[in-house]
Ligand binder design. Structure first.
Ligand code: NAX
Length: 328
């Protein structure tokens, strides 16, 4: 049978972890033929809760779950990992300034970047879900000089999926009819969900919608503020949908994006579309065998240009802030 893949997950005792681990163990990420070894990282006070989660994983008797290891030392947990899903992060608490948040997460992602650099397998791929995801990925990447920059990405797939869902609801299309959706920029309220290149059953989505006011005043803010709307309704932040998007993103990265379509991933910019080199910004990408390529040659009109520039400017600000803090 196939060699098991070692998947490391951080923040494993958290809400996203509670959904994510069971989906991975069920085979939703690597498919029905690939056994999985889970390596779960938590902070020391959360290890007991994590033991409970592992008891439940045991109780599922998942045929594909080869082994589970837990711990609070990144050097041990990342040892030999083929895929690392960095979900755990320090949330913003009351009275915390933005600088404090970047600093607290900086401590986590510098340490985890170094641990991955020193201990992960040669084929490691790293997906960052924990917020601020783009800048956390930048910090990890910069602290892992021996790992190619292309191996780091931050999650904008949830935004991508939300955009598809909103467009489907507006047009009465099935989500499976919608292709070529793009999220540009930061996973934050400045993100730009772009339907000018999207297609609905092969027709240009913006032309099908034919309502610029809906795009500007309803669609874009609804997608960008969806996280806040979920918190308002549920009393807790998106968890199952975030786990599902984390799976979608990692699966497509490793196994390939669908023919004739693309996905959104925040990756290390090569300067495409005027996005400064090195920052982790969301682009339309096609993926194959664990590699991604930014879709080239899309025409960007004035409206889209301004939206992309605004989100990228925020990422540059975050980069400058963490540079000043000595984190990169
Ligand atoms: P929870 O607070 O439920 O869980 C986070 C877990 O991470 C906790 O169990 C905590 O002990 C652990 N943790 C903290 N520091 C750690 C460290 N140094 N090493 C290992 N584990 C550590 O948050 P949850 O709802 O699961 O969300 C996790 C992260 O995802 C948050 O940063 C959240 O903001 C982010 N999100 C990102 C999304 C995206 O689309 N990119 C959407 C959903 C979510 O908001």
């Amino acid at each position: 049978s196939a060699t098991p893949v070692k998947v490391a997950v951080t923040g494993a005792a958290g809400q996203i972890g509670y959904s994510l681990l069971f989906r991975i163990a069920a085979g939703d990420l690597l498919g029905p033929d690939t056994p999985v070894q889970l390596r779960l990282l938590e902070i020391t006070p959360a290890l007991k809760a994590l033991e409970g989660v592992v008891m439940e994983l045991d109780d599922c008797a998942f045929p594909l779950l080869d082994s589970v290891e837990i711990g609070d030392d990144a050097n041990t947990i990342f040892d030999g990992a083929n895929l690392a899903l960095l979900v755990g992060a320090r949330p913003r608490t009351k009275g915390m300034e933005r600088g404090d948040l970047l600093e607290a997460n900086g401590a986590i992602f510098t340490a985890q970047g170094k641990a991955l650099n020193d201990h992960a397998a040669d084929d490691i791929r790293i997906g960052v879900t924990g917020n601020p995801a783009n800048t956390n990925a930048l910090i990890a990447k910069t602290n892992a000089p021996d790992i190619p920059a292309e191996r780091f990405s931050a999650l904008t797939r949830l935004d991508h999926n939300r955009a598809i869902s909103q467009l489907a609801a507006k047009t009465g299309a099935k989500v499976t009819d919608i292709t070529k959706m793009t999220i540009w920029g930061n996973h934050s309220a400045t993100q730009y969900p772009d339907i000018f290149h999207a297609e609905i059953a092969g027709r240009n989505a913006a032309e099908v919608v034919d309502d610029q006011a809906w795009i500007a005043d309803s669609f874009i803010p609804t997608v960008a503020k969806r996280g806040a709307a979920i918190i308002e309704a549920r009393g807790a932040s998106s968890a199952a949908s975030a786990a599902s998007a984390t799976i979608d993103a990692a699966r497509d990265w490793l196994l390939g994006s669908p023919e004739g379509d693309w996905v959104s991933m925040a990756v290390s910019s090569d300067g495409s579309y005027g996005v400064p080199e090195g920052i982790i910004s969301s682009f339309p990408v096609v993926t194959k065998g664990g590699d991604w390529e930014i879709v080239q040659g899309l025409e960007i009109d004035e409206f889209s240009r301004a939206k992309i520039d605004a989100s990228v400017a925020e990422l540059v600000e975050e980069r400058d802030a963490v540079t000043k803090l000595g984190l990169i």
